[in-house]
Structures are given as C-alpha cells and as structure tokens.
Design a protein around this ligand. Structure first.
Ligand SMILES: NC(=O)c1ccc[n+]([C@@H]2O[C@H](COP(=O)([O-])OP(=O)(O)OC[C@H]3O[C@@H](n4cnc5c(N)ncnc54)[C@H](OP(=O)(O)O)[C@@H]3O)[C@@H](O)[C@H]2O)c1
Length: 500
C-alpha cells in the first residue's frame, strides 16, 4: 500500500520501527529469529498444556494403530500392555510403555496414570478359532472368513472386572479439571507483560494507534482507530511462542472482557510466519459490562488479511504460535464490520483461558456392536453376526462387554463408547455409518476405527455418547461425512436409532 506525499506527515515511520523491533519481524518476509539470538534474548516458552493419552491394550489390532495416529497428531502417548517385549516388536522402541493387567488391580499403579488426561481402552478377551490360530492371530484378525470361535480368557474378568479396576484407578486422574488460564492479566508476570504488543495498520501505511496496558487490574487494549491512509485496524498480538503451545484436548478459548459495544476479532496462528493464515473469530462486546466470550475451535475462520482462505489447512490446536485481538473496519472478504466506528476504543481483558476439556471425552472405550442383543425378544440368531450367535459358547462375552460399558457410562468421567461391527484388516479410508440402538450389521476396517478413536478425543458432539459403527463400502471418508455423523448422534439414555 503506497503512502502519498500529503499523507506522509501523519504516517510515522518511527512507530513502524517500534513494531518491527518488538515483534522481531520484517513484514511480509518473516520472523528474524537470528536477531533475537544475536541479542541473547530468551524465547517465549508456552505454558505447559500438552496432554498425555494412555492407550490401554496398545499391543492389540486396534491399539497398535491408535498409537502412531496419536503421536502424529501431537499427543504424548503412554501404552499400557501386558507384555513389554511384545510391545517393542509391535510398537517399536520409541514409545512410552507401562506394563499392567487390568484384571489385577495391584498392577494399576498411580505412576501409570500420572499426568494422563485421556484414556483410549481397546482391550478385549482373547478370542480365537476353535482349531487354533497362528502366533500372529491371522485368522482372528482377518474378519471376513468365518471360523468357529472360542474364548481363551474369562470374559467376565477382562470385560467387566478389568473395566471396574481400570476406571477406579483412572478416575482420580480424570476428574473434571479447572480450565487452564493461558494469560492471567489480573496477576501479570513480567513475562506476560513482555509477551503482548501493539500491531496496528501502521505496518500497511495507516495511522491508527493502540497500546496494551497491563496492570494488576487487568489489561486495557485501547487507542484510536482511523481509516485514513486506507488503514482501519488496531491490534495487540503476542510474540511467537517457541516451541508453540499445544492446546489439544480443549474445545476452545474463553475470554473475559469489558468493551465499548464494538465488534472485535480474536486470532490464533498455527504457523510461525509473521503474515500467514490466521484463524479468526468475531465477537461483539457490550458497553461497559463484563462478559465471557467462548470461541470454539471449530468455529474459527481461516483468513489471510481479512480474506477467507477457502482451502486452508484445518486449524491445528497442537501448534499455537501466537494470539491476537483486533478491532478492524472489515469483517471478512471486504464486508464491513457492522459495529465499527473510527475514533477512540477500549477493550479491557481479564483473562484468556482454554475451556472445554470437560465437554470432550476423557475415556474412549472400544466395545462391540451386538452387546445388547443376546436374549433380545424376536431376534433371529441365524441372521446375527458370530459374536451374537455364539455368545453363550463365548461365555456371555457380549453381556460382559455391556456391563463393562455400563461401568464407564456411570463413572462420571466424560466418555465415548464406540461399538464397531466386525473388524477387518482391510485398508481404511471408507466413509462410516453410525447407528444407535444396536441394530446394525456389517464390517469396518481397524484402521478406520483407530482413526475414529483419535478423532473423538477432540469432538464434543461425541461426549457421553454410545454408538455402533460400520464401514460404507460405496463411499470414501470425508470430513463432512464424519461431521454429519457426529451431529446426528443422540445422547445416551434416549434411544435414537439412526443410519446416516
Ligand atoms: N474382532 C472383531 O471383529 C471385533 C468387532 C467388534 C469389537 N471388537 C472388540 O474391539 C476391541 C479391540 O479389538 P482388537 O481386534 O484390537 O482386539 P485384540 O487384537 O485382541 O486386542 C486386545 C488387546 O487387549 C489386551 N488385553 C486383553 N486383556 C488384557 C488385560 N487383562 N490387561 C491388559 N490388556 C489386556 C490384549 O493384550 P495382549 O496383546 O497381551 O493379548 C490385546 O493387546 C476388543 O474389545 C474386541 O473384542 C472386536
């Protein structure tokens, strides 16, 4: 944006240089980390927000597929197995292994659960063909050709007693947690004061001017916004965190603010570029009244200089480099902010928190379709999958699985119970079909179940829900398909059979 001769008197290069010096950047080029290093400045360290997920039954067909997916997503992972040697072969040497047997409560020590904030449990009674199986359990795993099955362990012990032991041991650690404050402006540290700085349209040739004043009574973002010189925005932004903050496991950001009735924007950035895509949310303030704003991560809009970026990467909560509050003349795509007025503005901020860890599942149980079918009146067993048909020979495995589910549902821990239909070793990537009411039959890839387990950790619509799932052989998985399925899930307690 050019600055014409008669406008130059208003535009102050000194303010541009102050901004650049503060953020250690050259606009449109990027951050200049070497400058920071040269002057021996410390980099800003994020608050400790990383999450430890415990995978119980990590050596199993589903468990071993969940572990790499969690790691890729940015979680810290701890694998609970019965056999550590087997785990080295199945999971490799670079994962954290703990050894325990859920049927033996004395093995479920507090160290196993230390710092754990989520559990995915995919244990199961060992089932095999009556004629036996190979050491790699190829017959059990393939899931397409039928073999007469038998249980090799007591289902009551693994599915029910084991679940009681696991839930009892995990519960103290999975209690609803206080939402963590990221920026506590009423108790500001020196670090906090040095983290936020003004970033106004002066970087584009404008003349607006803002500041953030942080005292014991909170932060005050105020100044004068002007549309002269094609300007029209003021903002305060944090310097980049290094390493970035990991907010996985939270549903969103909560702000406590008192404003002037204007509409502001809040931004998060998932890359360390100065001028890259920001994930934005607009919120209205109420004149002179303290209000709490919740910004769900899923409602963030990817924008580049106020234009919506259609094919942006999805918002990645595991990698937050910076935060920004803005007052802008523009809403999105050149639309005007309907509550904008040039001149003085003021927004007081008490805190910036993460919220919602209690609205997301903390305990994901991989159970099975069919758990409520044994003994159901009118059921034609000949049309049922083998686990239902042979439930009695399998020592009531499905009844014990259902009792295990009930332990989880009544625990008070936010949960999701996933009930897969017959699982196969076929590659994943199919669209899924969810159902509630325990009626569907079909097959589903273990890859897709593992993927689903990881997805539900970040899906509040899956919290405190039980549902069956099978693959849709005619369609490929898409994010939209999955979102529709989550949207349509009914709460537990009210049966809402559904096939999308
Ligand atoms: N097969 C199907 O078609 C199907 C369909 C729907 C649902 N399911 C259910 O889905 C779940 C996952 O299936 P999967 O195929 O991944 O099963 P899997 O390969 O047999 O894995 C089960 C895992 O649980 C572990 N485990 C068993 N008892 C344990 C105990 N007492 N303490 C600690 N760990 C224990 C096993 O450990 P080890 O490695 O030491 O044996 C194994 O790693 C199971 O509950 C299964 O019943 C299966």
């Amino acid at each position: 944006m050019s600055v014409t001769e008669n406008q130059k008197s208003k535009w102050k290069p000194s303010r541009l240089f102050q901004t650049l010096a503060y953020f250690r950047v050259i606009p449109f080029v990027g951050s200049v980390k070497w400058l920071q290093k040269l002057f021996g400045e410390k980099t800003l360290l994020p608050a400790d927000t990383s999450e430890v997920v415990l995978v119980v039954g990590a050596n199993g067909g589903v468990g071993k597929r969940i572990v790499p997916r969690l790691l890729k997503r940015g979680y810290q992972v701890r694998c609970l197995v019965r056999d550590a040697k087997k785990a080295e072969k199945v999971l490799g040497k670079n994962v954290a292994i703990v050894t325990a047997d859920i049927t033996k409560p004395e093995t479920l020590t507090p160290e196993i659960f230390k710092d754990v904030s989520k559990i995915i449990c995919c244990t199961g009674t060992r089932v095999q063909p009556v004629e036996g199986d190979s050491p790699n359990r190829e017959k059990y795993y393939q899931g397409i050709k039928f073999f007469m099955p038998e249980v090799v362990e007591e289902p009551q012990l693994v599915e029910y007693e084991g679940m009681k032991n696991l839930v009892a041991a995990a519960k103290p650690q999975l209690q609803p947690s206080n939402n963590k404050i990221l920026f506590d402006f009423k108790n500001p540290t020196q670090d906090l004061k040095e983290t936020w700085g003004a970033l106004d349209d002066v970087v584009m040739g404008g003349v607006s001017e803002s500041s953030i004043d942080i005292t014991d009574s909170g932060a005050v973002f105020s100044g004068n916004v002007s549309t002269e010189n094609s300007g029209g925005f003021v903002s305060v932004r944090t310097r980049n965190f290094d390493p970035p903050m990991n907010l996985l496991g939270s549903a969103g950001i909560e702000l406590r603010v008192k404003g002037d009735g204007k509409r502001y924007k809040f931004f998060l950035r998932c890359e360390d570029k100065w001028d890259g895509v920001g994930y934005s949310y607009s919120f209205d303030t109420v004149y002179n009244i303290w209000i709490t704003i919740r910004i769900p991560f899923k409602d963030l809009i990817p924008v580049f200089r106020a234009k919506v970026v259609e094919n942006a990467q999805p918002f990645n909560p595991s990698q937050i480099y910076s935060y920004q509050l803005m007052l802008s003349k523009f809403e999105y795509n050149r639309e005007l902010n309907p509550r904008f007025a040039p001149g003085f503005f003021q927004l007081e901020v008490e805190y910036v928190k993460i919220y919602g860890s209690d609205q997301l599942p903390k305990f994901v149980l991989v159970s099975s379709a069919g758990v409520t079918r044994p003994g159901r009146p009118g059921l034609n067993l000949d049309e049922q999958p083998p686990a239902v048909k042979f439930n009695d020979q399998l020592k009531g495995i499905l009844n014990w699985k259902f009792k295990g589910e009930e332990v989880v549902r009544s625990s008070g821990i936010p949960y999701t119970v996933i009930r897969p239909c017959g699982m196969t070793e076929q590659p994943g990537g199919q669209a899924l079909i969810f159902d509630q009411g325990d009626n569907i039959k079909g097959i589903v890839s273990r890859d897709d179940i593992a993927e689903l387990c990881v997805k539900v950790l970040e899906e509040n619509l899956a919290c405190n829900k039980t549902f069956e799932v099978k693959g849709d052989k005619d369609n490929q998985a898409t994010a939209e398909n999955l979102q529709q399925l989550f949207n349509a899930l009914g709460p537990d307690g009210k049966k809402s059979p559904l096939t999308v």
